[in-house]
Design a protein around this ligand. Structure first.
Ligand SMILES: *Cc1c(COP(=O)(O)O)cnc(C)c1O
Length: 392
C-alpha cells in the first residue's frame, strides 16, 4: 500500500467506527414513488422529487426530442461555442418565473453558489451568513475576500447585531430559503426589512423551494410576499424542477453580466447538456400552467403532517414537504428506519454530525406523486414500528 492509502484507510476506519460512514443504496428503477431497492418494491419518501417531474412523461418526451434536435452535448463552455438558442430560452424562462432581470445557468447550484460571492464581493465588502447555510454557500463565501459574519439560524436579533458592527461598502445577507434538515422556511420578509434598514442586499438559495413553495411555486420569497425584494436567488434544477441537474443565479442584469464575465465555475466548466435544458424548459411550462401538482403536494404534506402528529410522533417545521420526525436518539432512529424498510418504507435517518447531537431524526419528504393509499400505509407503518420501539 502506498502511504496515502494507509493514511486514508485509517481515516475511513475512523469514520466507520464513529458510525457516520455513508453507504449508497442502489436504486434499481427510475426515480418514482415506488422504487426497487435490494430487489424489492419500496415506497420512496426521501427524494427531492417534490413535483414528481423526475419521471414525468412530458419531461421525458421533451428530453428525447431535445436529443434529436439539439444533440447530446456541446463539448464547449458557454462563451466559446456552448450557447444554443435553448440556453438563452431557459435563462429567460427562469428570469420571467422569478421576476428578475436576468439569469445565468451553471452545472449545479453548488457551482452557482461557488462562483457567486468571490465574483461580486471584494475586501471592502461584507457577507452575513446563516449558521445553517448549505455547504455550497459556506464554500462560496470562503473563496471571497469580503469580511465574513455568521448569525444564528434564522435569528433576526443576532443578524441585526452583526450588521450593526459593519461599515462595509456592500453588505450581503446570504440564507437558505428552506433549511433542509428542519423543513423550516427562512423568515425572508424579516430579513428584507432588516436589510433595508442597514442598506444590505439579500441572497436566497431556494433549492428546496423553487417550483413548489409560495402560491405559484416561486419560492420562499413569494411565500413571504417579498419575491421582488430578494436581490439574488440561486437554485437548482436537480430537485423539484425535474431532478436531473443544473443550477442558476437570477438577479439584476449587472450582477448576471458580471458573473458571465468573471465567475469561474461558469467560465471554466462545460455548458448544460441540451437534454437538461429543454426538459427544464418543459418543467417551467408545467409549473406555469398549474396542473394541480403544487396543490397536490401541499395536500399530501398537510395530510401527512397531521396524521403523523395524531399517531404520536413529534415533527419539526410547519408547512414544508420536508417532515423531520424527531426521535432524538441516534441508535433508535437507525433502528426505526431499518424496521420501516422491512415494511417497504424507504426513509433516511439523520444523526450527528449532519444534525446536532441528540437531535437524530427521520426525514420524510412528500411528493405530489404519492397517493393517499401510500401515505396511509406509511403512517400505519410508522405507528406500528414506533410502538414496537417504544418511541410513541
Ligand atoms: C441541493 C442543494 C444545493 C446543491 O444543488 P445542486 O444543484 O445539486 O448542486 C445547494 N444549496 C441547497 C440549499 C441545496 O439544498
Amino acid at each position: 500500500m502506498k502511504k496515502i492509502d494507509r493514511i486514508l484507510n485509517s481515516e475511513l476506519e475512523k469514520i466507520k467506527n464513529q458510525g457516520t460512514y455513508k453507504s449508497e443504496r442502489i436504486i434499481e428503477t427510475a426515480q418514482k414513488a415506488e422504487i426497487n431497492v435490494l430487489g424489492k418494491k419500496v415506497l420512496n419518501f426521501c427524494a427531492n422529487n417534490y413535483l414528481g417531474l423526475a419521471n414525468n412523461p412530458e419531461i421525458r418526451k421533451a428530453a428525447i426530442t431535445a436529443i434529436e434536435e439539439w444533440g447530446f452535448g456541446l463539448g464547449s463552455v458557454r462563451f466559446i461555442c456552448g450557447t444554443q438558442t435553448i440556453h438563452k430560452e431557459l435563462e429567460e424562462a427562469v428570469s420571467n418565473f422569478l421576476q428578475k432581470e436576468d439569469t445565468i445557468l451553471y452545472s449545479s447550484c453548488f457551482d452557482a453558489n461557488g462562483g457567486l460571492f468571490e465574483t461580486i464581493l471584494s475586501k471592502e465588502d461584507a457577507v452575513f451568513s446563516d449558521e445553517l447555510n448549505h455547504a455550497s454557500i459556506i464554500d462560496g463565501i470562503r473563496l471571497c475576500k469580503a469580511a465574513k459574519y455568521r448569525y444564528k439560524n434564522c435569528d433576526m436579533v443576532d443578524l441585526e447585531n452583526q450588521l450593526k458592527k459593519s461599515s462595509a461598502r456592500i453588505k450581503l445577507i446570504a440564507t437558505d430559503g428552506v433549511f433542509s434538515m428542519d423543513g423550516t422556511i427562512a423568515p425572508i420578509d424579516k430579513i428584507i426589512k432588516i436589510a433595508a434598514k442597514y442598506d444590505a442586499l439579500v441572497m436566497v438559495d431556494d433549492c428546496h423551494a423553487t417550483g413548489f413553495i409560495g402560491s405559484t411555486g416561486k419560492g420562499s420569497g413569494e411565500h413571504h410576499n417579498v419575491l421582488n425584494k430578494v436581490d439574488i436567488i440561486t437554485s437548482t434544477f436537480g430537485k423539484a424542477l425535474g431532478g436531473a441537474s443544473g443550477g442558476f443565479v437570477s438577479a439584476s442584469s449587472n450582477i448576471i453580466e458580471t458573473l458571465r464575465q468573471k465567475s469561474r465555475p461558469y467560465l471554466f466548466s462545460n455548458s448544460l447538456a441540451p437534454t437538461l435544458v429543454v426538459a427544464c424548459l418543459k418543467a417551467f411550462e408545467i409549473i406555469n400552467n398549474d396542473t394541480g401538482l403544487i396543490s397536490k403536494l401541499h395536500d399530501n404534506t398537510n395530510y401527512f403532517r397531521q396524521k403523523i402528529l395524531e399517531v404520536g410522533f413529534e415533527i419539526k417545521g410547519n408547512s414544508h414537504p420536508i417532515v423531520p420526525i424527531m426521535i432524538y436518539d441516534a441508535k433508535k432512529t437507525v433502528a426505526l428506519s431499518e424496521m420501516l424498510l422491512e415494511k417497504n418504507i424507504y426513509v433516511i435517518p439523520f444523526s450527528f454530525p449532519v444534525v446536532p447531537k441528540n437531535q437524530a431524526r427521520i426525514r420524510v419528504q412528500l411528493s405530489s406523486i404519492h397517493n393517499r393509499k401510500q401515505l396511509d400505509y406509511a403512517i400505519e407503518a410508522f405507528h406500528d414500528c414506533g410502538k414496537t420501539l417504544n418511541i410513541i
